[in-house]
Write a new protein. Structure first.
Length: 598
């Protein structure tokens, strides 16, 4: 969660936090500082897995965990809750004889644990279920886990109806239901094939949980990792040591002893981060985020469960045909320019032949950028241009660095926003960097003929423009604008420049017609019509995220471009867009039926 409060006048404290809130906050803060001494992704995973503190987890690490189906380990979940409860009940039997006292102690500790980690949906679900099971033990009645799950769902939705809309709550319930309902049957089936009971149970749990979670995962993310089950099996044995060791380290007042415990469990956390990093290199299945995608998964699960192998084979054949037909259509054999589909962001690839390309901006998501370059077969990037340092233009830089060898980088003269700039510089490392200005030119050769790039903006003189109503006008107007000619194709691309900078380009440079215009600032309403009239493009590309909150692209911009004869293509409707030398357009459309690797 994030919130911005704008206050007029001073603050008045209505009520101070209570003792429990203050002490649990101190523990979280102390544990966060201690875990900082553990380097790498494993050091950021431990506070997330133990106390739900995900503040230090990098976007790249979270992305890796998501791709391989380990998202539940990036923060506290019901699994951690169950581990703490089981450990307490087992340990307390050695020094507390009366069962009711052991259960009471466990209940008190678990209530404190909820305050410590803060109540996520899965923790709330697990706490209510555990409470019912503990109460049944106190009364000496038989505990029914499935009934406990039903009670947990009912009571939590009654108390907080918004839980019903929470993806974490739905996944938590589905995973638990899968373990309770399917796991015994799956284990029995595995044992029929000569596998021992303990190993069968060990295999049945992730299989059952994944089976019921898969349709929800498809509905939320549209992707399903085939490595999810083996990866969860590989890391399942190390979750308990991290949870128990980390919990003890968090409660201990002695920093050195706490650090020793964290060092001891760090190899377990490192194992998880290594598995996630390596597993993320494998492709995932991308399904349409609609009822068809869910139906494909449900049908596959049903056919396997009922041993309908012929029907399952037919389903696999349909998927294979979809793969084959879409691979023929995009990007086309002789593509020259591709606007990647990276959501609400920018990423343009200009083909130089021999698996080389110029890349302009990297979008917000490393995975999406990596997928685009992989689909295009690009392994070498002689020039990477970062028009400016807003996250939607540089956030996918890690994906570029992983996908291809980058030889040089052009950057904007404005080193803001600071955080995004610093992160980009870390990724770029020791690569040659140039800060370019208006008037600079380079010439090169390519498989498609001679090429030339002319820098149209920014000016080498500092210009202070009046800020427009939108975000980051000064940064936007520092964007690099380029006029590129390669073979028979001409292209104008301008980052996020707004009317003041666009007007300055029109007045300072002699512009001529271009074949392709990469529309500035995702087609926002802030455009200077004179620039586009001067350029008179045949094709206008708008890189924009579907359903974005900015109102991009503006109807006035789209209609204005069509009014000068441009064919407007936009990634929110058309998906990724490729253009060849004859200006033939192919799209990797976000069709309702599309299934692919990514």
């Amino acid at each position: 969660m994030a919130a911005l409060f704008i206050l007029e006048g001073g603050l008045h404290v209505i009520r101070a936090s209570n003792l429990l809130q203050r002490e649990t906050f101190k523990i979280r803060q102390r544990f966060s500082h201690r875990s900082e001494r553990i380097a790498g992704d494993s050091g950021t995973l431990i506070p997330g897995l133990v106390l739900g503190d995900t503040s230090r987890e990098s976007d790249e690490f979270v992305s890796h965990m998501r791709r391989v189906g380990l998202t539940h380990l990036t923060a506290v979940s019901g699994e951690n809750f169950a581990i703490i409860a089981a450990t307490l009940l087992w340990l307390s039997q050695w020094f507390i004889r009366r069962q009711k006292l052991r259960i009471l102690l466990t209940a008190v500790v678990l209530i404190a644990f909820i305050f410590l980690v803060r109540p996520s949906p899965s923790v709330l679900r697990a706490s209510v279920m555990t409470g019912v099971l503990l109460l049944s033990k106190v009364k000496g009645s038989r505990a029914d886990p499935l009934a406990s799950l039903g009670f947990a769902i009912g009571i939590l939705v009654l108390l907080d109806p918004f839980q019903a809309l929470d993806a974490g709550f739905a996944l938590s319930v589905a995973a638990t239901a899968g373990i309770l309902v399917l796991s015994p049957q799956v284990s029995g089936f595995i044992q029929l094939h000569g596998i021992k009971e303990g190993i069968a149970d060990f295999l049945a749990i992730p299989l059952s949980a994944t089976a019921l979670c898969a349709p929800i995962i498809i509905a939320i993310s549209g992707q399903l990792s085939l490595l999810s089950i083996p990866v969860n099996l590989l890391v399942s044995m190390v979750v308990a040591p991290i949870t128990i060791g980390g919990f003890i380290a968090a409660l201990l007042p002695w920093g050195n002893l706490s650090h020793l415990i964290l060092v001891a469990v760090n190899p377990c956390a490192h194992w998880i981060s290594w598995i996630a990093r390596e597993g993320a290199q494998f492709p995932v299945l991308l399904f349409p985020r609609n009822l068809l995608g869910i139906a494909f998964v449900l049908a596959g699960i049903f056919f396997i469960a009922k041993r309908k192998w012929r029907l399952f084979s037919i389903e696999l054949l349909i998927v294979a045909l979809i793969f084959f037909t879409q691979s023929l259509a995009w990007p086309g054999k002789n593509w020259q320019v591709v606007n990647c589909d990276v959501g609400q962001g920018d990423a343009l690839v200009i083909n130089l032949g021999k698996r080389q390309a110029i890349v302009i901006d990297t979008g917000p998501d490393p995975d999406l950028m990596q997928t685009c370059l992989k689909d295009l077969g690009i392994t070498k990037i002689p020039l990477l241009v970062l028009t400016h340092f807003h996250a939607d233009h540089v956030g996918g830089l890690a994906g570029v660095m992983k996908s291809a060898k980058v030889e040089s980088v052009w950057v904007s003269q404005m080193n803001e926003p600071v955080h995004e700039y610093e992160e980009a510089m870390k990724e770029i490392g020791n690569l040659p960097i140039s800060i370019v200005h208006q008037g600079e030119q380079i010439r090169f050769t390519s498989e498609f003929g001679a090429g030339q790039i002319e820098v149209m903006w920014p000016s080498d003189q500092k210009v202070d423009f009046v800020s427009l109503p939108g975000d980051g006008s000064a940064i936007n107007n520092s964007s690099i604008a380029l006029l590129i000619r390669i073979g028979a194709i001409s292209l104008f691309t301008a980052g996020d420049i707004e009317p003041p900078a666009q007007s300055a380009i029109v007045e300072a440079r002699g512009l001529s017609d271009v074949d392709i215009l990469k529309v500035a600032h995702h087609g926002s309403a802030y455009q200077d019509a004179r620039l586009y009239t001067e350029l008179h493009p045949d094709i206008a590309l708008i890189s924009v995220g579907s359903g974005n909150s900015y109102g991009h692209p503006a109807d006035s911009t789209v209609q204005g471009l069509r009014g000068i004869g441009a064919r407007v293509m936009r990634t929110d409707i058309d998906g990724a867009i490729s253009v060849d030398a004859s200006l033939r357009i192919r799209t990797n459309k976000k069709a309702w039926w599309k299934i692919s690797w990514g």
